[in-house]
Write a protein that binds this ligand. Sequence first.
Ligand SMILES: *[C@@H]1O[C@H](CO)[C@@H](O)[C@H](O)[C@H]1NC(C)=O
Ligand SMILES: *[C@@H]1O[C@H](CO)[C@@H](O)[C@H](O)[C@H]1NC(C)=O
Ligand SMILES: *[C@@H]1O[C@H](CO)[C@@H](O)[C@H](O)[C@H]1NC(C)=O
Ligand SMILES: *[C@@H]1O[C@H](CO)[C@@H](O)[C@H](O)[C@H]1NC(C)=O
Ligand SMILES: *[C@@H]1O[C@H](CO)[C@@H](O)[C@H](O)[C@H]1NC(C)=O
Length: 424
Amino acid sequence: MSSISQILKNKCLWFFIAFIILTDLLYTVYFNLSDEDLNTIETIDQYSMNIQQRPEDGFIMDTDRVMQECNMRARSVESCLKYLDKKDDDYMITFPLSSKNSIIPPQCKENEPPMLFHVFWRGMITDKLALQIKSFLYTQPLTCSKLYVWLQNSDTDINLNPFAGNLYKKFSPRNVEFRRWDTEEQLNFDDLFKGWKAIMEKHSSVAFSDLVRFVVLNRYGGMYMDGDVLFLRDMRPLYHSGLDFSYKWSFKNEYNTAVLRLHANGTTSRKIISQAMLNKMNFHPFQIRNYLMVNASIPSDSHLAKSIYNSQLYMYSVPLFDPLWLKNDNKQKNILKPNLRGMDDVWDPNLVPNEFPEIGNLSLYSPLELRKADEFFRGAFAYHWHNNWSKNLNPNCWMGVMQTAYDSFLNGTQTNIYGEYVKY
Ligand SMILES: *[C@@H]1O[C@H](CO)[C@@H](O)[C@H](O)[C@H]1NC(C)=O
Ligand SMILES: *[C@@H]1O[C@H](CO)[C@@H](O)[C@H](O)[C@H]1NC(C)=O
Ligand SMILES: *[C@@H]1O[C@H](CO)[C@@H](O)[C@H](O)[C@H]1NC(C)=O
Ligand SMILES: *[C@@H]1O[C@H](CO)[C@@H](O)[C@H](O)[C@H]1NC(C)=O
Ligand SMILES: *[C@@H]1O[C@H](CO)[C@@H](O)[C@H](O)[C@H]1NC(C)=O
């Protein structure tokens, strides 16, 4: 008896018992939450931050699935982008169903070959080219991504360039390599180009940048992006799909080689180059389909024709890389996010009519309150802004909003769309 009264008097012990009861209670409450409750908590948190999930290593895009949802004869840009943004569970697969060459995608590791991207630029590096380089750094997995910036008649001291100097100091050569373009060395490298000098001397009109993309992709492989194309998403699921690809020229049945993926010394790249060499080195995008169809004596707009050129160079539909083009060309009336009317609107520092249809009175808001980098054409892999080189990059316009997001990521103060901080 005496020992019990001693225990009851011991405040410490009472405290201990109370602690155990409380802990048990909390434990019960927490672990009785169903998986569903926990998922909801997570989802709400992610939604408010608008974080996207990076694709996992080894996952590629099922081209047939995506093209069912993004076939512009049957679907809208709007529904295609929604599908790409929300339904990755449906179209991300672990092995290439639709590709003949079943390659295993490499892992994203330092000692594995990186994704290789290329851009060609003539003249001094401008804020616009720097914008593309930043979009690359902002979206791609930097452990396994490299951008070759091919420069002609450009800066001699890139570290002194006001737009690219910091990028050079921090990211070159690990993620971004600035390389001098040397026509002589490049075109003499492969016998495919034999006779190039004579052709060029005779035809001064050879479009240089149309040519360069085929030269570098044939030699190094990878993906070429014109300087006016922003990276919006991790490209691995496309890059590693095993396909050579490009995309459609608005509503025309032609390629737009502003985005072009070719494998080094591949059948497709060699075929296009050898045909172009027979045709005065004409690498204009509207020639490419003819080159792929050479000797196939069928009408080039038939269904069979489509399967012939697609099997060599897949022609993706416009929204994947150029979400505003069809609306800009008055071919589709889409409510997009952001709901812009055409190419010029991304440079407008003021809100444009009906830019956010869910908001009643736009004049109650400033552009920066509504324009958020993580809501810029979600779902699309790239945004092609079509050569508006002389436009002013005002911080209030959409391009300025993207630039601020890139800069804040690169100076370590904000995360990217994947919720990651930059590592140098
Ligand atoms: C490219 O492939 C062809 C065979 O298709 C081969 O003969 C040639 O040597 C290759 N060229 C290079 C540079 O690897
Ligand atoms: C196409 O046909 C011509 C004439 O028969 C032939 O010389 C050429 O090698 C063929 N080209 C291809 C790419 O098969
Ligand atoms: C929108 O808000 C502005 C500023 O408060 C006001 O002047 C205007 O009348 C409003 N317009 C509509 C259609 O409500
Ligand atoms: C910008 O691009 C659009 C679409 O190609 C074109 O209509 C417009 O004229 C361009 N504006 C400038 C200033 O280059
Ligand atoms: C980082 O960049 C953003 C956007 O340009 C800028 O507003 C911010 O002041 C910068 N922060 C630092 C610490 O440099």
